[in-house]
Write a protein that binds this ligand. Sequence first.
Ligand code: MN
Length: 287
Amino acid sequence: MKSLPREIKQIIEPQPVTEGAGVRLKRSIGTQKLDYLDPFLLLDHFQSSHPGDYEAGFPLHPHRGIETVTYVLTGEVRHKDTLGNSGSIGAGDIQWMTAGRGIMHEEMPQVRPEGIAGFQLWVNLPAKFKMIKPRYQEIRSGEIPEIKKEHGEKIRVISGTVAGVPGPVTDIAANPVYLDVSIPAHTSFRQPIERGHAAFAYVFEGEARFAGGEKEDGTKVTHPKLVVLGDGDYVQVATDETPVRFLLVSGKPLHEPVARYGPFVMNTEEEIEQTLRELQEGTFVTT
Ligand code: MN
């Protein structure tokens, strides 16, 4: 089969949203323009040096049926849950939290001179794994491999494999690839992505041309933007005068019904009602 580039399918302008107890962030998946990019339910980008934008944080709240993936670029997020887990995610660290049948946790960005920056992605769980035991994969920055290519491209491999190097996050149902890609000016970059998987690039620094659109050499995308990629075998990106940095994420679609209610994502309305009943009766979290 001929190898095909994944062209731009949609460019999403991130929407300002206030979430938690008053955290200002930019949301690009889980919006009116892009409700669901199966298996990805939500993508939030937080970045501020003003404590008032983030210090209220995300006090105690539940999740069920999904995974929440927090990647911190700058600053620190402290977390703890009612199962007794607690810790802190700092610059370059990632937390891949599989909520499964349920956790109640808080996520509190710390006020620091450098402020806060990072992402939270929600990945859906297939029906057969929605009620599994909660699990954390918390990876320190130093344990995330960084591939350096010949023209100065840098790829931090969080999950998936690049140039034979596997990322530290493993055994995730959606078989996701999660990369943090930096490309210098005047460089072209190509990365294979499994055909049939959903894929996006979230451009958060600089600008680059992505394959597709009216011009033969691609369409220029300037940060912050979400680029939804059409199907194919690889993504093709090129920079001009400005370097670029983006998340490149892909995963296997579930093709299952979605019943979504805030932090709970199940397959049917009955399962959501059951979840709300358990919350009310105090039986939601079981160890
Ligand atoms: Mn949460």
